[in-house]
Design a protein around this ligand. Structure first.
Ligand code: KIV
Ligand code: ZN
Length: 421
């Protein structure tokens, strides 16, 4: 398959003060260490966060959202350490990732967040304030005017401390009154925000609605051409990936996502899904949109996040699930052995999986798959012997691929012993 990014040798465009020269380039903001860690039970230690941040940097993530520094002294320290170490390390392609911390628009949060991230070469503060009626009335107890005033004051406060890479998040944007949203966004742009996060906080949007939301913001917000619009989609209806891609098609140029799609409630858009959808179909169906992720590091990142967070990856999860490249039915195995692309749209190796994981020997497997596995194991049996193994193999269904390999080995050893008697 054709893969964008490092695999085609495509170089990430020059990144100058949050402006990237290529209009087709889509930044990836990974929030595994912030929104992902908000998954119930997914607490990470400072060391684990640092290791994951290193892995994200190797993966080619543009912006690493490292945490919520005001939430605890431990998170503050973890974000600061990531800023100091990962935020000053040059990636494989010469890029240094942006290190971002999140906080509310209250000054105490902004100060603490800036203090944690400012050690990075490219520090960013991501501040959040809700813009939907339900949040303003029941959670914030703020009027529309107060929300605008507060957001503008927060931008100015950040600049007064020396922070110029400012991401503003209009929480619950997809349930906000669009006219009010345009007004708030226009005001924060004028006050210095450089990225606007338009979250589908509760995973309510359908793809055509989310795309219309981004298109509406592009068409109606003052100063929007000078900033980056960002998607941040939750998966409550299983639409986070579809919505993120719809947002990008409508003009967003940053996608926020998490490794393995972890995150609050049903999770966030999954990094591996948005990245691989763009890598494989970006040229043909998305007008050449691309990102700088190096897909070959996807699987190791997925394993690391799963083991540190304790959040298991469902077996049928796209790209990183245990079954994502497994072919069990005889008909599919026959096709794969004749030509891989009959049933595979990408190779396991392209996303960092070991090479020969695709054929799973189970109760539906055919003779060809069994014979091919025997060859891989170096057995070189005659057709008659293969038939014999196949009959015995069928008795062993329900075993894992490794156990079946073991059965083969034991069978072969037994056969050799008989021959020698
Ligand atoms: O889902 C959301 O709205 C968020 C913001 C706080 C960025 O996670
Ligand atoms: Zn979120």
């Amino acid at each position: 398959q054709t893969l964008n990014g490092s695999e085609t040798g495509r170089k990430r465009p020059e990144y100058v003060a949050n402006r990237i020269s290529d209009p087709n380039y889509v930044r990836v903001l990974d929030t595994t260490l912030r929104d992902g860690e908000q998954s119930p039970g997914a607490t990470l230690t400072a060391r684990e966060k640092l290791e994951i941040a290193r892995q994200l940097s190797q993966l080619g993530v543009d912006v690493i959202e490292a945490g919520f520094p005001v939430s605890s002294p431990a998170d503050f320290e973890a974000v600061k350490q990531i800023a100091i170490e990962v935020g000053n390390e040059v990636q494989e392609d010469g890029y240094v990732p942006v290190i971002c911390g999140m906080g509310r628009t209250v000054f105490k949060d902004l100060e603490r967040t800036w203090e944690a991230v400012r050690h990075a070469q490219r520090p960013r503060v991501h501040m959040v304030l809700a813009t939907s009626e339900i949040h303003m009335q029941h959670k914030l107890h703020m009027t529309r005017d107060q929300v605008i005033e507060n957001a503008v004051a927060a931008c100015k406060h950040l600049q007064s401390m020396g922070c110029y890479d400012i991401e503003f998040c209009a929480e619950d944007a997809s349930r906000s009154d669009p006219a009010f949203l345009y007004e708030v966004l226009g005001a924060v742009i004028a006050a210095g925000a450089t990225t606007l996060n338009i979250p589908d906080t509760v995973g309510w949007s359908m793809p055509h609605e989310y795309s219309a939301l981004i298109a509406g913001i592009k068409a109606n917000t003052k100063g929007v051409d000078g900033v980056v619009l960002s998607t941040h989609c939750h998966d409550d209806l299983g639409l986070a990936t579809a919505n993120s891609l719809a947002g990008v098609l409508a003009g967003a140029r940053q996608i926020e996502c998490c490794v393995n799609g972890i995150g609050e409630r049903a999770g966030n858009a999954s990094l591996e899904q948005v990245v691989m959808a763009m890598a494989l179909r970006g040229e043909e169906t998305m007008g050449g949109l691309w990102n700088g992720i190096r897909p070959v590091h996807i699987y190791p990142a997925s394993r690391m996040v799963s083991s540190y967070s304790g959040m298991i990856v469902q077996p049928h999860m796209a790209i990183v699930g245990a079954n994502a490249f497994s072919h069990e039915s005889g008909m599919h195995q026959d096709g794969i052995l004749k030509h891989r692309e009959t049933y595979q749209i990408m190779t396991p190796e392209s996303v960092g999986l070991p090479k020969d994981t695709s054929i799973v020997l189970g109760k539906l497997s055919g003779r060809k798959a069994v014979s091919s596995r025997l060859e891989q194991l170096g057995f070189g049996l005659s057709a008659e012997e293969v038939n014999d193994v196949f009959k015995r193999f069928k008795l062993g269904f329900g075993l894992s691929a490794e156990e079946v390999n073991d059965v083969f080995k034991r069978f072969k050893a037994l056969a050799d012993k008989k021959k020698n008697v």
